[in-house]
Design a protein around this ligand. Structure first.
Ligand code: AHG
Ligand code: MN
Ligand code: MN
Ligand code: MN
Length: 334
């Protein structure tokens, strides 16, 4: 059978009434921007793109040159697309409304332009995460508050992982599908349709160096996983931590697992480590569409009412039954 390119997949989805032409074209623009980022990331030291930019972002993080460049690529590509009313990014203090003299559409795009920045300089997988919302009716100049919609309102979400191969993983509410970039042809080809995350797992992902800072339910939960076969769970668990959310989630979509970034003493005042609007929510959408679950430990991620654009949350995502175990521990300690 002839391979299905992303463009054809999207056109067929439009013909079936699953997406409209504007959303299709918006997703095409995002995919094109991801291709440009893949090229920049792939050049590594030869492209002069490694290292710090010498600037900081609103998160209080030092920006890498590739954080800034990826943000510019996404901004530039999408500003002119004509399908958006506004954009918001990890690397921008506030939402950016599409200027008056540009064509405008009805969607809002949020993104983490480069996820896993700490891995850039060591040549380990990084990625881009994005989320699409509708612009509220009657709003022509979207501001931060217009983006503050629960994750259930997302019309599409996806990520692109820049690893040994570049893959775009996408959902517009009809399952989660993965496309691999054919570098010679320059197009994304459908390589995994309708991904399903196994419900059970024996693998977890967490930054164990934070253990002493965790709250009681986390201590109890991880103790249980580490106890292995003779412990209460009756099985051994393996551990992986890439420190690029995109790469860790991609592994979970491939072979199951549970990814956790709980709130700890270091990030308690901020509410967590990962960002709700452009990390947790899009990943929650993708994971749920693949039969997995995503929780704050105390409730479904997609139902969190956002209060700020850069809001942070605790994250538990992946194999359904394991996310339920994490929630159980939180319930028992509350
Ligand atoms: P970003 O590079 O976009 O700021 O995100 C980094 C995030 C996420 O990708 C990853 O899971 C986590 O930070 C890594 O945290 P640690 O440094 O604590 O391992
Ligand atoms: Mn960052
Ligand atoms: Mn990130
Ligand atoms: Mn980032």
């Amino acid at each position: 059978m002839k391979p299905t390119a992303l463009s054809r997949h999207l056109i067929e989805a439009q013909h079936q009434g699953h997406i409209n032409a504007d959303l299709r074209l918006l997703l095409e623009v995002v995919a094109r921007a991801c291709k440009s980022i893949a090229t920049a990331v792939g050049k590594g030291a030869l492209g002069g793109v490694l290292g710090d930019a010498g600037t900081g972002n609103v998160q209080g993080e030092a920006q890498k040159k590739l954080d800034v460049l990826s943000n510019e690529i996404l901004l530039e590509a999408n500003e002119w697309g004509g399908h958006l009313a506004g954009l918001a990014s990890e690397e921008m203090d506030h939402a950016h409304a599409i200027p008056n003299n540009y064509p405008r559409g009805n969607y809002l795009l949020l993104f983490d332009p480069l996820d896993g920045s700490s891995n850039i300089d060591v040549n380990v997988s990084v990625g881009t995460i994005f989320s699409v919302l509708r612009c509220p009716d009657g709003v022509t100049e979207p501001r931060d508050e217009h983006f503050l919609q629960p994750g259930t309102e997302q019309v599409a979400a996806g990520y692109c992982v820049y690893g040994p191969s570049t893959m775009l993983v996408l959902s517009f509410g009809r399952g989660t599908h993965a496309f691999t970039l054919d570098r010679e042809q320059g197009s994304f080809i459908l390589t995994r349709a309708d991904i399903r995350i196994p419900e059970e797992t024996q693998e977890f992902a967490i930054n164990m160096s934070n253990q002493r800072h965790w709250e009681a339910p986390m201590q109890a939960y991880i103790d249980e996983l580490l106890a292995g076969k003779t412990g209460p769970r009756g099985k051994d668990f393996n551990m992986r931590w890439v420190a690029s959310m995109v790469a860790d989630v991609h592994r979970i979509l491939t072979r199951g697992g549970v990814f956790m970034y709980p709130v700890d003493a270091k990030c308690r005042d901020k509410g967590g480590r990962l960002r709700l609007m452009y990390e947790a929510n899009p990943m929650a959408f993708i994971v749920e569409q693949a039969g997995g679950a995503c929780s704050t430990g105390r409730g479904r991620m997609l139902e969190v009412t956002p209060e700020a654009l850069h809001q942070r949350v605790p994250v538990f995502l992946g194999s359904k039954n394991e996310v339920a175990q994490a929630e159980r521990h939180h319930r028992e300690h509350d």
